[in-house]
Design a protein around this ligand. Structure first.
Ligand code: FAD
Ligand code: NAG
Ligand code: NAG
Length: 342
């Protein structure tokens, strides 16, 4: 029997994880990834890889919770597994601070050891008045993506590096197309609700720092600064510019990051700068994960959309990928039933 052909557009963390899950639960299909950019050139490669639901519009809370929980379980298992060093997965503990009183974040009971910070402990952080301390999990996405890609290829997956300008190009080759095009969905599907939230980070070497630090303000949706010590490097960030599509690194942003982060944690002053990275978070009113039946001339095509993860693509990827694969499986089964009735 001819294998059913599935195409996944995108080789970021969402596309790769979706492709792997489809291979797993639809073994009778053949999966091809088509992507313009591959690691290390995707937005996902820029990500700090820190597990935290953040900047995801008004995506329903129960969705955020179930996708992020599935991802939490996966990332935590990786952090304790033999693969941890290969993908740079580790648990990290630290502070979320603010000059104003904060409600506990939505995810407070998903992370470990969540507690309020006492005033004595707060004395270490001039400027901050309130805060929480907890343990979460991180991954090095630049190393994690090649690891996912290797597994995808080992299971017989195909990869084509090219740009798709219209879905038409795919209509007679694939039964189902999975759209994991990230921030470029705006152009590709003409979805005007996709907006960029620009980010720039500095990666530094400071192996003496083991504690993460984030500072927020009156609007707890946004962070003024964050310092995330990963397996190899520390990520300094806090640039969240809505509606900015500029992929160039900016000196003014680098200076802001360096000044703000070394003021927060003077122990960073002797850190060695490794690299600047800039990326565009694919923000949307809410994550789009659903099936659409498109008519293209006299053909019809089934598309499973999965994009618009904002500042949480890594945090949600494993749970979203699982749901994408289940939708693909359901569509394949329905297609088969239709065929057998004819
Ligand atoms: C500075 C910064 C820090 C971040 N930190 C975190 C963090 O700590 N934790 C977290 O959870 N999230 C974080 N994020 C957010 C996270 O990076 C994104 O949500 C995530 O990368 C989105 O993944 P994706 O696979 O949808 O998109 P991408 O990684 O952008 O992948 C999209 C893929 O689609 C392909 N594509 C698009 N259009 C086409 C086309 N027409 N034809 C062919 N291919 C196409 C691209 O080439 C690419 O391969 C951060 C983002 C930034 C910018
Ligand atoms: C990533 O981008 C650089 C610079 O544009 C390019 O030289 C390199 O080949 C790209 N890597 C991949 C895997 O596409
Ligand atoms: C992916 O979704 C976006 C947003 O709807 C759309 O513009 C684009 O055409 C879609 N791409 C594919 C290949 O379906």
């Amino acid at each position: 029997m001819k294998k059913q052909q599935i195409c996944v557009i995108g080789a970021g963390v969402i596309g790769l994880a979706s492709a792997l899950h489809i291979q797993e639960i639809c073994p009778e299909s053949e999966v091809t990834i088509i992507a313009d950019k591959l690691s290390p050139n995707t937005t996902s490669d820029v990500s700090a890889g820190f597990w935290m639901p953040h900047l995801i519009g008004s995506t329903p809370h129960e969705k955020i919770r179930s996708w992020s929980q599935a991802t939490w379980d996966h990332m935590t298992a990786l952090a304790y597994s033999k693969q941890a060093s290969e993908v740079g997965a580790c648990l990290v503990s630290g502070y979320l601070l603010s000059p104003v009183k904060l409600d506990p974040p939505l995810y407070w009971d998903q992370v470990l050891g969540f507690r309020e910070v006492s005033q004595e402990e707060m004395a270490n952080f001039p400027g901050a008045k309130y805060g929480f301390f907890y343990t979460t999990v991180m991954i090095e996405v630049r190393r994690y993506l090649p690891w996912l890609m290797k597994r995808f290829k080992e299971r017989g997956g195909n990869v084509q590096q090219k740009r798709i300008s219209s879905l038409m190009e795919l209509s007679n080759q694939y039964e189902i197309v999975v759209n994991c095009s990230g921030v470029e969905a705006r152009q590709l599907v003409g979805d005007q609700s996709v907006e960029s939230i620009r980010g720039q980070i500095i990666r530094v070497r400071a192996p003496w720092l083991k504690t993460f630090l984030m500072v927020t303000n009156e609007n707890p949706d946004f962070l003024d600064a964050y310092i995330f010590p990963g397996a190899q490097e520390v990520v300094l960030g806090g640039i969240e510019q809505v509606g900015d599509w500029d992929l160039q690194h900016r000196d003014v942003d680098r200076e802001y990051l360096w000044k703000t982060c070394t003021r927060l944690l003077p122990c960073l002053q002797n850190a060695e700068m490794v690299k600047d990275w800039t990326g565009l978070r694919p923000a949307r009113t809410s994550v789009r994960l659903e099936v659409e039946y498109l008519r293209l001339g006299d053909r019809s095509m089934t598309v499973v959309h999965c994009y618009g993860h904002g500042g949480s693509g890594v945090t949600l990827h494993w749970g979203c990928a699982k749901e994408v694969a289940e939708l693909v499986q359901r569509e394949l089964n329905q297609g088969r039933q239709k065929m057998s009735k004819l």
